[in-house]
Write a protein that binds this ligand. Structure first.
Ligand SMILES: Nc1nc2c(ncn2[C@@H]2O[C@H](COP(=O)(O)OP(=O)(O)OP(=O)(O)O)[C@@H](O)[C@H]2O)c(=O)[nH]1
Ligand SMILES: [Mg+2]
Length: 487
């Protein structure tokens, strides 16, 4: 197949196919096998069709021998490429005119010989052909031919094109070969058909309305009341502007292939989203950390550290396995809430089991240093010393005072000193007690922070990261399918 650069519409649809293919990959076994298989097949077939491009609108001129298809082709293209002759049938090979430069793959698919293709739009045309840009116009052989191969060509192409333009003439428009052979089988495809009563120039103006009404009657009888009918002359150009307007409207809209691809992509996206839940839940990180810290007895040990010297060798953990298991269950319940079972199972399989989680917590908590109160050093003799000195001084002053051997001023000086010592003996211990308490508070706080950090890191590694990875996958798949369904 010839490589073609996809036009913007094809590129857009191909991007959506890729989006769904990678969503399918990412979801993996979290979607039912049947859905994955069916969607994969559907996406492959859409991709194959898109590789032909959907930026083109294929219009075929179809009709009986000598109705004027080739003349019509030349009038619409402004070229003289299709053979028009008196010998019947004239056209035996499909002829194509492209208002495009990149439709080779499509024409290969349609099986149009390379020497029967012509490009209409050249630099010389400027914008005069812009209204038909994207059109691929085909001139077909006669469906009622004496040549047996012609009908086969028509039958092969009829289902492949976006618009069938039936070119009929005033003599043969009622032919059974047309109505029974083709039109009646096309009920339901009225939007993809147009009937041109050609050679209208050969009909006296007074009879034209009547003739067109008769064509419309026959179409109604075929079950094709909605099909548009226009009286035209490929030779004189009468009615041809209207025909060109219809084609221009069609190429500016979306081609049948594009619409089909869109429907199939929406189907694929809907099949995928049936295996998804709504918005992803938020894992209960803070609650889990709190509950696990509690299971590790962090608060109790911190309190003990605050109590000070009595705790000589406090340690964190071991955590209570049953409580860890309960925290894990609550985690799974909340993290998978609203998700289908396969996603739930995926989270269960990704996070650490209760056993492993308990071990991880024990390991992490075991590494947290538990501070103990410093042993009282030489300073613990200071207070009794001060008190002793104070008492001794006071006694000496008292004795000396009683004996009257000391000057009055000296007595009061010594008394002052003794009183200062006594006051110091009361104040210093109070200050030391306060300092000890706040140091114990700080140690307890440090232990609490370090313990929480250890629990947090275990929760992040063993629960949050694997859960978030699954939820991210779910979100990516959900977003991909939502975009495709919406557009
Ligand atoms: N008067 C008149 N003659 C026309 C008109 N369109 C085509 N013809 C003539 O009808 C004859 C057949 O025209 P073609 O264009 O070859 O018809 P065709 O449908 O392509 O024929 P096949 O290829 O054999 O199926 C030619 O002599 C044309 O000049 C028209 O609108 N008015
Ligand atoms: Mg012809």
């Amino acid at each position: 197949m010839t490589e073609i650069a996809p036009g913007p519409r094809t590129a857009d649809l191909l991007a959506r196919v890729e989006q769904l293919e990678s969503a399918l990959d990412r979801a993996g076994d979290r979607l039912p096998e049947a859905v994955v298989a069916a969607t994969g097949t559907l996406l492959t077939s859409v991709r194959e069709r898109l590789e032909l491009g959907v930026d083109h609108t294929v219009v075929a001129l179809v009709g009986g021998t000598g109705s004027g298809k080739s003349t019509m082709f030349n009038t619409l293209t402004g070229l003289d490429f299709a053979d028009v002759g008196v010998r019947r049938p004239t056209t035996s090979r499909v002829t194509a005119c492209l208002w495009a430069h990149d439709a080779n793959a499509l024409l290969d698919w349609l099986d149009v010989d390379t020497d029967r293709r012509i490009e209409r739009e050249s630099a010389l045309d400027g914008e005069s052909q812009a209204d038909l840009r994207g059109l691929v116009l085909l001139d077909l052989p006669d469906h009622d031919s004496v040549e047996p191969g012609h009908r086969a060509v028509v039958d092969r192409l009829v289902p492949m094109v976006d618009l069938l333009v039936w070119v009929v003439d005033p003599q043969k428009y009622a032919d059974d070969a047309l109505h029974t052979g083709y039109l009646r089988h096309l009920v339901g495809h009225e939007g993809a058909m147009l009937v041109l009563l050609n050679q209208i120039d050969t009909v006296p103006p007074g009879r034209r309305e009547e003739l067109l009404a008769d064509v419309a009657r026959l179409l109604r009888e075929d079950g094709l009341a909605e099909v548009r009918t226009i009286g035209v002359s490929a030779r004189t150009g009468e009615g041809m502007l209207e025909v060109r307007g219809v084609l221009a409207g069609l190429v500016q809209g979306r081609s049948g292939a594009e619409l089909r691809a869109e429907v199939e992509l929406a189907d694929a996206a809907a099949a995928l989203s049936a295996g998804l839940g709504g918005v992803e839940p938020e894992p209960p990180v803070a609650r889990a950390v709190e509950a696990l810290a509690e299971a590790a007895g962090l608060a109790g040990v911190a309190d003990a550290v605050r109590e000070g010297a009595s705790v000589e060798r406090a340690s964190l953990g071991p955590v209570q396995h049953d409580r860890v298991a309960l925290v894990r269950e609550a985690w799974l319940r909340e993290s998978a809430s609203g998700l289908p079972e396969r996603w739930d199972l995926s989270i269960q399989a990704s996070v650490a089991g209760a056993e492993a989680l308990t071990e991880a917590l024990d390991r992490a908590l075991g590494e947290v240093p538990v501070p103990t109160a410093p042993r009282a050093g030489a300073s613990r003799w200071v207070v009794p010393l001060l008190l002793g000195l104070g008492a001794l001084g006071a006694a000496a002053v008292g004795v000396w005072g009683l004996l009257g051997t000391m000057a009055e001023t000296d007595v009061s000086r010594w008394a002052g000193a003794a009183a200062a010592l006594a006051i110091a003996a009361v104040v210093v211990p109070a200050m030391r007690r306060r300092r000890r308490r706040s140091a114990a508070d700080a140690r307890a706080q440090a232990l609490r922070s370090a313990g929480l950090a250890a629990v947090e890191s275990v929760v992040a590694r063993e629960l949050t990261a694997p859960t978030v990875a699954v939820l991210d996958d779910h979100r990516a798949v959900r977003t991909a399918t939502a975009v495709v369904v919406r557009s």
